[in-house]
Ligand binder design. Sequence first.
Ligand code: DAH
Length: 360
Amino acid sequence: MSELSSLEQVEEQGRARLLAASSLEALAVAATQAYGKRSQLAALTAQLRGLTPDERRSLGQEIQAVRARLEAVAAERKAQLEASQAQRQARSERLDLTEASSLASARSGPLAEPLSPPAPRGHLHLVTQVREELEDIFVSMGFEVAEGPEAEDDWHNFEALNMPPHHPARGMFDTFYLKAGQPESVLLRTHTSPVQIRLMESRRPPIYAVVPGRCYRRDTPDARHIPVFHQVEALVVDEGISMAHLAGTIEAFTKAFFGPGRHARLRPSFFPFTEPSAEFDVTCWVCGGAGCRTCSGSGWVELGGCGMVDPAVFAAVGVDAERYTGFAWGFGIDRLAAARTGLADLRELLYNDVRFLNQF
Ligand code: DAH
């Protein structure tokens, strides 16, 4: 009887130890203590020898049952501990792909092996690349780079550029008007020329500036026209500036941008804000001059206009036209990009198809 009661204690103690084990190592120790060779359970088994065969059998069966139950408790506890260890491991090995944490782990040590190849990196749009290259070319020639607003008023976009209300030349610019102020008083600039006015309003000559930027016209898109396009304006105002300076600067720019192989020409033209005026053409980059759809069969494509600043423009901004002369131009950046890359249709620049953009 005393053995049975101490067997109950042994089982209770053993169970408590096993359940209290907080790691697999601690569990192994608890199992040895509960039913190992030197355990009290083993000691009780040893005492069986001194008993009668009947007592031995029944107590022996009791001891086996206790051992089996303790082993079952140990197995269950082992499974619990293994599961929580696996969870802990998974948590510590988890790849957190949010930006903040990858920055944090990049700072604190080597990153875990990526699960998939890194996402491909993008690059600047062709038009932005060309714009930056133009800025570099003109800065190297001594120009500064200026900017102006895309939402303009009638004064800067038209009137100060010698196009008073109802002037027929306004018809060249199919204008998007904005719902602001008086009707048709605020618009999306149709060219970068209004920044000439802003430059001359804000400072005195000498001025040597280029102005890249986005422009808008209600043009029906086709191979050579897109309603949102880019220009690079130039404005030089100083004493003694002549048409020869204009021609020489365009010549230097053409060589720097296209290299020696490309022909350019100046063709007499008309703009209200320049006198005399010219248009700047390059050999068609699609047909090489033979005539095709891109150049409407002429063999040349117009890149922009230029000329000597009209005295009426100087008068509008209070520059002394007796003392100063100047030249200006406005070239299409999208067309320059097309001319450089052989692009037959400017609309491609707006579709944002990565298969197209990746080529540049
Ligand atoms: N602003 C004109 C256009 O968009 C281009 C232009 C012509 C700009 C002559 C100039 C210039 O500065 O002098 O059609």
